[in-house]
Design a binder for this molecule. Structure first.
Ligand SMILES: [Zn+2]
Length: 72
């Protein structure tokens, strides 16, 4: 399974437990480090412009359309 798909799966988990959510964020952060720069975040939309033009850059999500970046 590609890392970005795992990330999508983990990110899509709807969990109530605070400790599980902390785990989830840790997993997401750790996985993002293994993504090569420029990996497309398929299926994820930019929160700013709504385009599916997000890529991973050094663990951050960057929108190639409007320049929005989201880290962590
Ligand atoms: Zn954007």
């Amino acid at each position: 399974m590609p890392i970005d798909q795992v990330l999508k799966l983990v990110g899509g988990l709807d969990l109530d437990s605070k400790s599980i959510n902390t785990w989830k964020m840790g997993v997401e952060r750790a996985l993002k480090k293994y993504l090569p720069n420029g990996t497309k975040a398929s299926g994820q939309k930019c929160p700013n412009c709504g385009q599916e033009t997000l890529i991973y850059q050094e663990g951050c999500l960057i929108c190639t359309s409007c320049g929005t970046s989201k880290c962590g």
